[in-house]
Design a protein around this ligand. Structure first.
Ligand SMILES: [Zn+2]
Length: 154
């Protein structure tokens, strides 16, 4: 077994769609970033890569490369999945904590859980989606994601 940890943050910006965990939420503002700003998929990608000591998302998809501008972050997850599979592993489970002031994640948690489970080729019960507001952190304009991933030998 291997364990990986991923962290990511993005700033909210008006006028762009909000994507979290590969799900487009009917909410604004969205998260800005070089790709589609999907803070959760980025943290999951880093957790997967970290679990097999493969480096980080920036090494695979450099923000300096125009190729990744506006990229769908699903591509990052798919590449990380190929990487762990090549290393002889599959995902056991992941646990995710989102920290953001708005929107409320509760109503979207199931859709995000199902989407992430599909991307990671696991049952929905192997994907924990939790969310908190940034109490006392002064981070109301930022979305943060923390993810731990456990990999099992395939
Ligand atoms: Zn990111």
């Amino acid at each position: 077994m291997r364990i990986g940890f991923g962290f990511d943050s993005h700033e909210f910006k008006p006028g762009i769609p909000l994507k979290i965990g590969g799900v487009k939420l009917q909410a604004e503002p969205g998260l800005c970033g070089h790709s589609d700003g999907d803070v959760l998929l980025h943290a999951i990608t880093d957790a997967l890569l970290g679990a097999v000591a493969a480096g980080d998302i920036g090494a695979f998809f450099p923000p300096s490369d125009p190729k990744w501008k506006g990229a769908n972050s699903v591509v990052f997850i798919e590449e990380a999945m190929r990487h762990i599979e090549q290393a002889g592993y599959r995902v056991g489970n992941v646990d995710c904590t989102l920290v953001l002031a708005a929107p409320k994640i509760g109503p979207h948690a199931k859709a995000i859980q199902e989407r992430v489970a599909k991307l990671l080729k696991v049952e929905t019960s192997a994907v924990g989606i939790k969310a908190k507001t940034p109490e006392g952190l002064n981070l109301d304009n930022t979305a943060v994601a923390h993810v731990v991933a456990l990999l099992e030998k395939a």
